[in-house]
Design a protein around this ligand. Structure first.
Ligand code: NAD
Length: 479
C-alpha cells in the first residue's frame, strides 16, 4: 500500500466519504493493492456540488488576467510533479512510465493553453438596424460535473478541469474507480496552488453507476462534461434531461484509415501502428478499420507486421517496454472476446497477441475481415488491427461512413487536394491527411453521430463549450 488511505478534496478540505467506506485500487500488472480511496455516495456529491456552487460567483467575477495567472500556475505545478504522475499512471493504468511522461506533460500544457485562452474570451457587437446596440458576451455556465474515462486518465481529467475553470466555471471531477488515486494525487498538486480558491475544483471518487448518475442529474449542476463510452453517454443524457443541462460529450469511435496506392507506406506503417498499439489500442482515436488499396495491400501488410512483431510487451516500469498490460481483467476479457469472435466469424488471424499471462495482449492483426463481423463494426478498444482491401474509391468511401460512430478518420495519399475533397465526404468530427489522431492542447477534438455531442474539446473551441452566450441590448436613443 504505497499510497495509503487517500482522501477526497471538497471545498479545499481533505475529507473521507460521509459513510466512511473506502475501496482499494490495484497495481494493474501485479494485482497488488496500492492504496485506498473514499467510496463516495450521494451525500458526498451534494457536498461537492454545494462547495462548487459557493465558489462560483467569486471565481466567475475574477478579472480574466488573474484567473488566467492562477490556471497557468496549475500547469507549472503539474510539470514539477510529472514523473510522480507518470509513475502512478503506470501502476494504476498500465501505460509504460517512460511513455506516460508525454501525456503528463500534455496535462500541464492543457492548463497553460487554457490560461492563455481565458484572457481572450471575447464577445462581439452585432450590427443593428435600429437605435439599439446588441452585444453578445461569453459567460461561464456555472457548476460543471466532469466525468472522465480510464484511458489517458490524467490528460483527459486535466483537459476538462482546465477548460471549464479557465472559462470561469467551478467543477466537481469524478474519474473511474480504476484511476482513483491518480485523481486524488492530482488534487494534492492542485492544493499546492495557494491562489486557487477553495471549492473551484472538487475531486470525488466512487462508482459511475451511482455517483456519476447522480452528478449528471443533480439539480444544482449546470453542465456535464463527459468523456467515455457511447452507452454511458446515453445514460448521462437521460439522467441530465429532466433538468436540461448543457452537455459536452466525447464518446467512442471505430475510425477508418484509408490508404491510396500512392501513399508513403513506411510513414503510414509507422504512424498507424503507433496509434494502434500505443496504450494497447485503448484510445478513442485509434484506427478501427484499415482500408488498403489492393495495389499496396501486400507491401503495407508485410511492413506493418514486421513493425508490430518488434514491439516489446511487458512491465510498464521497464524503459524498454512499448506496451504494458490492459487496464483490467474485465477489459482484457472483453478484448479477448473480440479476438475470439473474429476467429469464429472466419477472419484470418495473421498476428496473434494471445500469448502472454495476466492482463497482457500483444499486437494482433486480422485480415479477410467482412462488414458483417463484430470486429469490423464495434469499437474493440484494444491492440487489434482490422485490415480490409479496396479497389473502388466510391465503394470505400461508402464503407468508411457505414458505421454509427463519427469520431475521426485518416486518408493516406500524396495527392493532398484529392484527400481534402474526399475528407468533405467523411461523416466525422475530425480527419487527418497522412497523419492519424492527435492530442494537443491547442487542437480541438471531438466526434459527430454517436461519437459526440456538443462540439469540440480542446483548443479555443473547447473553452467555448464551457460558456453560454449572453445577449445585451442597450438603447441608444438620446433623451
Ligand atoms: P465508461 O463510459 O465506462 O466510463 C466513463 C466514466 O463514466 C467513468 O468515470 C465511469 O465511472 C462513469 N460512468 C459509468 N457509468 C455511468 C453512469 N451511468 N452515469 C454517469 N457516469 C457513469 O468508459 P470507459 O470504459 O472508462 O472508457 C472507454 C470509452 O471512452 C471508449 O468508448 C472510448 O472510445 C471513450 N473515449 C472517448 C474519447 C473521446 O475523446 N471521444 C476519449 C477517451 C475515451
Amino acid at each position: 500500500m504505497v499510497y495509503g488511505n487517500m482522501k477526497m478534496w471538497i471545498g479545499g478540505e481533505w475529507v473521507d466519504a460521509e459513510s466512511g467506506k473506502t475501496f482499494p485500487t490495484v497495481n494493474v500488472t501485479t494485482g497488488e493493492p496500492i492504496g485506498t480511496a473514499p467510496l463516495a455516495d450521494k451525500a458526498d456529491v451534494d457536498k461537492a456540488v454545494s462547495a462548487a456552487r459557493k465558489a462560483f460567483p467569486a471565481w466567475a467575477e475574477l478579472p480574466p488576467g488573474r484567473r488566467s495567472a492562477i490556471v497557468a500556475s496549475i500547469g507549472e505545478s503539474l510539470k514539477k510533479h510529472a514523473k510522480e504522475m507518470a509513475h502512478l499512471d503506470a501502476l494504476e493504468h498500465g501505460l509504460p512510465e517512460h511513455i506516460a511522461i508525454g501525456p503528463t506533460m500534455g496535462a500541464a500544457g492543457n492548463f497553460e493553453q487554457a490560461a492563455a485562452y481565458s484572457r481572450h474570451l471575447e464577445g462581439h457587437v452585432i450590427p443593428s438596424n435600429n437605435d439599439r446596440m446588441y452585444c453578445l458576451e461569453r459567460v461561464p455556465v456555472g457548476v460543471c460535473a466532469l466525468i472522465t474515462p480510464w484511458n489517458m486518465p490524467f490528460f483527459l481529467m486535466s483537459q476538462k478541469v482546465a477548460l471549464s475553470i479557465a472559462a470561469g466555471n467551478t467543477c466537481v471531477l469524478k474519474v473511474p474507480s480504476i484511476n482513483a488515486l491518480t485523481s486524488l494525487k492530482f488534487a494534492e498538486i492542485l492544493a499546492e496552488v495557494e491562489a486557487l480558491p477553495k471549492g473551484v475544483v472538487n475531486i470525488i471518487t466512487g462508482p459511475g453507476g451511482t455517483i456519476g448518475t447522480y452528478m449528471a442529474s443533480h439539480p444544482d449542476v449546470d453542465c456535464v462534461g463527459f468523456t467515455g463510452s457511447t452507452e454511458t453517454g446515453v445514460s448521462i443524457m437521460q439522467a441530465a434531461a429532466p433538468t436540461l443541462k448543457k452537455l459536452v460529450m466525447e464518446l467512442g469511435g471505430k475510425n477508418p484509415a484509408i490508404l491510396f496506392p500512392d501513399a508513403n507506406i513506411d510513414h503510414a506503417v509507422e504512424i498507424l501502428a503507433h496509434h494502434q498499439f500505443h496504450n494497447c489500442g485503448q484510445a478513442c482515436g485509434s484506427p478501427g478499420r484499415y482500408y488498403i488499396h489492393e495495389n499496396i495491400y501486400d507491401k503495407f501488410l508485410e511492413k506493418y507486421l514486421e513493425h508490430a512483431k518488434h514491439l516489446v510487451v511487458g512491465d510498464p516500469l521497464d524503459a524498454k517496454t512499448n506496451m504494458g498490460p490492459l487496464v483490467s481483467r474485465e477489459h482484457y476479457n472483453k478484448v479477448m472476446g473480440y479476438i475470439e469472435s473474429g476467429v469464429k466469424d472466419g477472419a484470418t488471424l495473421v498476428l496473434d497477441g494471445r500469448k502472454y499471462d495476466a492482463n497482457f495482449i500483444g499486437p494482433t492483426v486480422f485480415t479477410d475481415v467482412t462488414p458483417d463481423m463484430k470486429i469490423y463494426r464495434e469499437e474493440i478498444f484494444g491492440p487489434v488491427a482490422v485490415m480490409c482491401k479496396w479497389s473502388d474509391e466510391e465503394e470505400v468511401m461508402k464503407r468508411a461512413n457505414d458505421n454509427t460512430y463519427g469520431l475521426t478518420a485518416s486518408i493516406w495519399t500524396r495527392n493532398i487536394a484529392h484527400a481534402l475533397k474526399l475528407g468533405k465526404k467523411l461523416t466525422v468530427g475530425t480527419f487527418s491527411v497522412n497523419a492519424h489522431n492527435f492530442i494537443a492542447a491547442e487542437a480541438p477534438w471531438g466526434g459527430v453521430r454517436q461519437s459526440g455531442v456538443g462540439g469540440k474539446e480542446g483548443g479555443y473551441q473547447g473553452l467555448l463549450e464551457y460558456t453560454e452566450q449572453k445577449m445585451i441590448t442597450i438603447c441608444l436613443r438620446e433623451e
